[in-house]
Ligand binder design. Structure first.
Ligand code: SAH
Length: 336
């Protein structure tokens, strides 16, 4: 049975019309779910009893559960248990500009990036929309504060679960939903070219980030198997098309791995690859995991300065929670 929180406002309107009800009931349902945060359909008091019974026959309102929490001053890490006993995680970060949550989009991941903990456990399944929405709702409930921004950068490749992720974005963005501004939502992809193209036609002002992590195919092939499917020139081409269609600046993520992609030559090649594009580079300090093949680079500032000197915008990502297994997938892989 479908979870009520899988339903976009539009889908709910169509549902009510199909059962001979007025479509404004959909807004009332949204208000119960996302404004009053009511978890029991029986308590939807402005919906008449018969209709509540009909809703309960057609939908469930199951919730995922917080299984475990780890925290320090700046970050809280949540492990969620799903209805089928799978686990995913989300991270709450306290930035100077507000509270931000990093959500997971799949149970496991099939992209196989060599340095990433999430991919050590293959994809079990896609997350449904309601599971992603509830990652946010349960965190808001836990901290009793509103989340200001969302990044889809947890476990999973969001563009490998495109429809559910886009539905999720629309629901958290909706003013009768969680009202999170589109400009405060970012989706990060390892570079699935056809989906980047599809995403550029979406009439939503959501941010896009690309996990590039290498300036040449030779290096990228070694750390990101997806590069053998969509190579750097194909991905950069898709990003350029996205920028010219949407006029939006794209974030290029670059995780700094010691002796892998952190040399001066890499910085120079990256600068010439990105020259003239409306992008900025976010250099990510590597969060070390049990994988001994990868170590954190100590050349991040040097790398950043080369990019800046070549006219490329670059920042270093603030480090969060390395002492509470905050690297993507670490909490889950400890549990499983
Ligand atoms: N699949 C998507 C989103 C999930 S990962 C993507 O690839 O973009 C979010 C970001 O964290 C990606 O840039 C990923 O490469 C990076 N990442 C993965 N493991 C990391 C680690 N241990 N330390 C720092 N960044 C990591």
């Amino acid at each position: 049975m479908n979870n009520l929180m899988n339903m976009s406002l539009e889908n709910l309107e169509n549902y009510f019309i199909s059962i001979g009800e007025k479509k404004f009931k959909a807004i009332q349902i949204f208000e119960w779910l996302y404004i009053h945060k009511e978890k029991n359909i029986d308590n939807f008091s402005n919906i008449k009893k018969e209709l509540r019974e009909k809703l309960k026959k057609d939908f469930n309102l199951d919730f995922i559960k917080i299984k475990k929490k780890e925290e320090d001053e700046l970050v809280k890490k949540y492990l969620f248990e799903l209805k089928d006993n799978n686990y995913v995680e989300a991270v709450l970060m306290n930035h100077d500009y507000g509270l931000s949550v990093c959500v997971s989009s799949q149970v496991g991941c099939n992209m196989g990036c060599k340095f990433c903990e999430s991919g050590r456990l293959k994809k079990v399944r896609n997350l449904e929309t309601y599971e992603m929405v509830q990652e946010i709702i349960l965190i808001e409930e836990d901290i009793k504060e509103k989340i200001n921004s969302v990044v889809v950068m947890g476990i999973g490749e969001p563009f490998d679960n495109y429809d559910n992720v886009i539905n999720f974005i629309k629901m958290i963005n909706h003013n009768k939903g969680l009202s999170i501004g589109a400009r405060h939502i970012t989706i990060s992809t390892c570079g699935l070219v056809p989906k980047i193209e599809e995403f550029s036609n979406l009439p939503l002002q959501v941010n896009l980030a690309l996990s590039l992590h290498a300036p040449t195919d030779e290096i990228r092939n070694r750390i990101m198997p997806i590069n053998k499917v969509y190579n750097i020139s194909q991905v950069i081409n898709a990003i350029n098309n996205y920028i010219s269609k949407t006029n939006r600046r794209v974030t290029i993520e670059y995780v700094m791995l010691n002796m892998v992609n952190d040399s001066k030559e890499c910085a120079i090649k990256l600068a010439s690859l990105l020259k003239g594009m409306n992008v900025y580079v976010n250099l990510i300090p590597y969060n070390e995991t049990n994988n001994i093949d990868f170590k954190k680079s100590d050349k991040i500032n040097e790398f950043k300065n080369i990019l800046l000197s070549k006219g490329i915008n670059a920042t270093v990502r603030k480090e969060f929670g390395s002492n509470i297994s905050a690297a993507c997938g670490q909490l889950r892989s400890k549990e499983v």
